[in-house]
Design a protein around this ligand. Structure first.
Ligand code: NZQ
Ligand code: ZN
Length: 391
């Protein structure tokens, strides 16, 4: 087993009805004046926003709320919220929603606590040195932002989507009530399951020989979320399915499934370029790219792909090279069962060579970086992967 540091300080409050405990959770975390953030309206329609603010009232807390966060959350709104609420005495931020609301909250927290423009922290111009304490009531199981150290924001003026990783991004608590996800449209359920799988796969395909327990946890999580994903698509109000998916979502991205080795995350980087240019849902940006990436890097270690396929997809082929190919097509077949696109053509349409070049240049930041560790990829590799996905 390799050396590692594991830090996952977020208190998890899990189960049916837990949304009504938001007030007590904020109070226990020391908050007194709470800014509640939410998205485009699903939290209002489902009634969860009202339940949460009622519980803040019962706990005797002052609160205000701001909605309107969009999927692939935008810098402009985060900056506007930070500017509006600076120096107003807010001492706790609470997200009611998905990764987009959580990441907006994290961006606002950086700017309120450290001062200065939000984008400075995402561009790398400044380091995050403090945070306003944060919590969440999640309404979709997907991004894992509720326990992750990550925040991802789109700068619409620059046409780029960037992440910022820091332990200051880790919320104090996550309220995880699986019943809140019953109202998800099938497309969002499918995107969430895909993202959860991808957070696990992007850690599994790394420089990671000999981390047997970590591998076994990742394999079990993949089997579990795939089964539960199919059940949730058939039965949206299956508590069994929704609760499994929700817990997989957090464990897939709090680093448990990748202890002891670096994350690869090439597919996320390739996908972020698609989301920045075409505003596609995050999960779809990943399912469109994973197969093309996997076929490109597979020769690096076919046995790793083959072993995963045997453990997760019941691949019986004994030859590693052939089994690796079956593993890749097996995951793609699963995403198609969920209705997810597995090529650019199925998602955003077949693109011109010029567009693919712009995507590759964006992903490598004009040739200034490689991404990934399983097989680091440069601009030419990225272009080859976008070309392979362009069908
Ligand atoms: O805006 P509303 O009306 O709330 O609708 C949302 C949104 O349209 C809807 N939704 C959420 N809960 C619902 C619901 N609809 C009905 N019933 C409910 N219970 O779902 C749509 C998607 O919401 P969003 O928050 O965008 O989803 P997700 O959690 O997938 O977040 C995606 C964002 O997170 C980033 C992605 O890049 C993307 O920007 N990520 C964040 C990460 C992190 N911070 O650790 C890691 C991930 O890899 C990812 O990059
Ligand atoms: Zn993701």
């Amino acid at each position: 087993m390799n050396s590692f540091t594991f830090y996952s300080p977020t208190k998890v409050i899990f189960g049916a009805g837990t949304a009504d405990r938001a007030g007590e959770a904020v109070r226990a975390a020391g908050g007194s004046y709470v800014l509640v953030l939410y998205g485009g309206g699903s939290a209002v329609r489902s009634g969860v926003l009202g339940r949460v603010t009622d519980s803040l009232e019962r706990a005797g807390l002052r609160w205000a709320s701001v909605g309107g966060v969009q999927p692939n959350p935008r810098l402009a709104l985060a900056q506007q919220i930070a500017d509006e609420w600076r120096d107003k005495g807010i001492d706790f931020l609470l997200a009611v929603g998905g990764g987009s609301v959580l990441d907006t909250m994290k961006a606002v927290s950086m700017s309120l606590a450290c001062g200065g423009p939000v984008w400075d922290f995402f561009s790398g111009a400044r380091e995050v040195t403090a945070a306003v304490p944060m919590g969440s009531v999640i309404t979709i199981a997907a991004a894992g932002s509720e326990t992750s150290d990550s925040a991802v924001l789109t700068n619409e003026a620059l046409g780029t989507k960037r992440g910022k990783n820091t332990d200051f991004n880790r919320p104090r608590f996550a309220i995880m009530d699986p019943e809140l996800t019953y109202t998800l449209p099938p497309r969002q359920t499918a995107c969430g399951v895909t993202d959860i799988m991808m957070h696990t796969l992007e850690r599994y395909f790394s420089d990671c020989e000999g981390d047997y327990l970590t591998d076994a946890i990742a394999e079990a999580l993949l089997r579990d979320v795939m089964d539960a994903g199919l059940l949730a698509m058939r039965e949206p109000e299956s508590y069994a399915a929704r609760s499994e998916i929700m817990w997989c979502g957090s464990l897939s991205h709090n680093d448990l499934t990748g202890l002891g080795h670096p994350k690869d995350f090439s597919v996320h980087q390739l996908g972020h370029e698609l989301s920045a240019m075409f505003d596609v849902p995050h999960g779809e940006s990943l399912s469109m790219m994973w197969g093309a990436w996997a076929r490109f890097v597979c020769a690096q270690n076919p046995a790793r792909f083959a072993g995963l396929g045997r453990k997760v997809l019941a691949v019986t082929e004994r030859d590693d090279e052939a089994a690796a190919q079956l593993t890749i097509s097996g995951f793609e077949a699963y995403w198609q069962r969920l209705g997810m696109p597995v090529s650019l053509g199925q998602g955003i349409g077949v693109q011109s060579e010029e567009t693919l070049r712009r995507l590759a240049e964006g992903c490598s930041r004009q040739g200034s970086r490689k991404v990934g560790v399983f097989r680091p990829i440069d601009t030419a590799d990225m272009l080859a992967i976008y070309q392979a996905a362009n069908r």
